[in-house]
Design a protein around this ligand. Structure first.
Ligand SMILES: Cc1nc2c(=O)[nH]c(=O)nc-2n(C[C@H](O)[C@H](O)[C@H](O)CO)c1C
Length: 154
């Protein structure tokens, strides 16, 4: 059975890990190992530990960069760390970030955090268990959270 790691943060304003796990459980039979860390800069090592110490086949890391300038710098640093952890472990770590200022109000923020978490959870299931489904979606303008934009037309 495949093992999927899920790491989220206490900084985020919505329980992204819970939504992701619920979506995985509805669509796959997998062992799920969850961790929660304070913030997004703590995600890379948590994911690396899940891969190296717990044998996860793929990991989702979920977090919410805030709207301040220092939060955006923090998000860039976290992303760089996540990419480095992927290269060090040769394993996919799917980054699910919702920037607080992507949403126009709190209702939309909650909607976006739940939708993006769930839709990326489905991507993880497809990547791990049904890669042919992912290939079928190549070039189709998928977006996680807001509406898909669709393929470009001539
Ligand atoms: C400035 C800052 N911004 C964010 C953020 O926007 N989102 C987030 O999840 N965490 C933030 N943090 C906390 C760091 O990611 C980290 O948790 C602490 O520096 C402790 O290692 C910090 C320090």
């Amino acid at each position: 059975m495949a093992t999927i790691g899920v790491v989220d943060t206490t900084f985020a304003r919505f329980n992204m890990g819970k939504a992701a796990i619920n979506e995985i459980q509805q669509n796959a039979t997998a062992k799920i190992i969850r961790r929660t860390v304070p913030g997004i800069k703590d995600l890379p090592v948590a994911a690396k530990k899940l891969i190296e110490e717990q044998g996860c086949d793929i990991v989702m890391v979920l977090g919410m960069p805030g709207s301040k300038e220092q939060d955006k710098i923090c998000a860039h640093e976290a992303s760089t760390g996540i990419i480095q952890a992927q290269l060090m472990t040769n394993t996919h770590i799917i980054e699910v970030f919702v920037h607080e200022d992507e949403a126009k109000d709190e209702n939309e923020l909650v909607f976006l955090m739940e939708q993006r978490s769930r839709e990326h959870a489905l991507n993880v299931v497809k990547m791990l268990c049904r890669p042919e489904k992912m290939i079928k979606e190549a070039g189709t303008g998928q977006r996680q959270g807001f509406e898909d934009v669709g393929p470009a037309r001539m």
